[in-house]
Ligand binder design. Structure first.
Ligand code: DOR
Ligand code: ZN
Length: 346
């Protein structure tokens, strides 16, 4: 008898879809399993205004495979020029679900992000007033801070002061990678949640660096030491509703990843659910998978969970996924968890 697990259809609370040929190639990988996704605005140029978000949403909808039920939840890229009134209007019309904060220089296409947090105070206050969440890439960018410490330092130097100065601001700490991030979320009694990626539940920094450099495991925030991965696993599988899935699935072509200066990002849209079922089963927490993938995120965003169900079946033989997705820009490598997968979406 094969084992089955039925979940409400999952959502992805942090996703990069890009644009053009890449968008068309990667979108079906997400719509196959997910009902909604928070769409990252770090295009070139970024999605900074309601007008940009509307046009991008139309391009995503046009690229959606025929007949699929998938809703892109749009975000605005916060800059020092962002107009609080534009943000409020975009929220009131239902167009945007969150605003994204990139510290300038923190990651891919973050050059237009925030340098001086005082300059975005008005926007953050408006967001606190209207209940619009701020999605945060939580890393400092100071050259003297070690890359493995950048998340922990961000919490102390930026996130905590911003939250204290802006009561009521709802914040999602995105793609947390440290026990410090987990502890900070757990210590807060309100207005704070965190997304955890699939890959940060599976790899630590050894996977990137031992036995040769593995560019397809390089992402930002970079995976940390094993104790941090275990803290993330414990948080994700704990049932604590403040933690939910945001894959940060981030496609880059192999040419851009396998380079002297490779891009950051792991592409996990294709096999995320098989990997998560494996991880939750390993930790004796299969009964908590639905909370992480399908319930906690909507609850944070004040949305109903999806009504449609999805069934995972555990097979005796490994499930095969393509190694790469073909795009008109070149191949994109699918994240390799490094072990066989037996859970398949049926
Ligand atoms: O690894 C990452 N890739 N981290 C980010 O923050 C951005 C993303 C991308 O856009 O490629
Ligand atoms: Zn991201």
């Amino acid at each position: 008898m094969s084992q089955t697990l039925t979940l409400r259809r999952p959502d992805d609370w942090h996703l990069h879809l890009r644009d053009g040929a890449m968008l068309r190639a990667v979108l079906p990988e997400t719509t196959r399993h997910f009902g909604r996704a928070i769409i990252m605005p770090n295009l070139v140029p970024p999605v900074v205004s309601a007008c940009d978000a509307l046009a991008y949403r139309d391009r995503i909808i046009a690229a959606r495979p025929e007949g699929v039920d998938f809703t892109p939840l749009m975000t605005l890229y916060l800059t020092e020029q962002t107009d609080p009134a534009d943000v409020a209007a975009a929220h009131a019309s239902g167009l945007v679900s969150a605003v994204k904060l990139y510290p300038a220089g923190a990651t891919t296409n973050s050059a237009s992000g925030v340098r001086d947090f005082d300059k975005v105070r008005g926007v953050l206050e408006k967001m606190a007033e209207i209940g619009l969440p701020l999605c945060v890439h939580g890393e400092v960018t100071d050259a003297e801070v070690d890359i493995f410490d950048r998340e922990a330092v961000f919490i102390d130097r930026v996130l905590d002061p911003v939250r204290r100065a802006t009561p009521g601001l709802r914040v999602v700490m995105e793609h947390i990678t440290t026990a410090n991030g987990v502890d900070y979320v757990k210590a807060s009694d309100r207005d704070l949640g965190a997304t955890i990626t699939t890959h940060h539940l599976i790899i630590n920094r050894n996977h990137i660096l031992v036995g040769g450099i593995k560019p397809h495991y390089y992402c930002l925030p970079v995976a940390k030491r094993e104790s941090h991965r275990l803290a993330l696993r414990a948080a994700a599988t704990s049932g604590d509703a403040r933690f939910f899935l945001g894959t940060d699935s981030a496609p880059h072509t192999d040419a851009l990843k396998e380079s002297a200066c490779g891009c950051a990002g792991c592409f996990t849209a294709t096999n995320t659910l098989s990997i998560l079922a494996h991880a939750f089963e390993e930790d004796g927490a299969l009964d908590r998978l639905e909370g992480f993938t399908s319930l906690n995120g909507p609850a944070f965003y004040g949305l109903a969970p999806n009504e449609v169900r999805l069934t995972l079946t555990k097979h005796d033989t490994p499930v095969t996924y393509p190694d790469k997705i073909d795009t008109d820009d070149g191949p994109v490598t699918v994240f390799d968890p490094g072990f066989p997968l037996f859970w398949r979406v049926s």
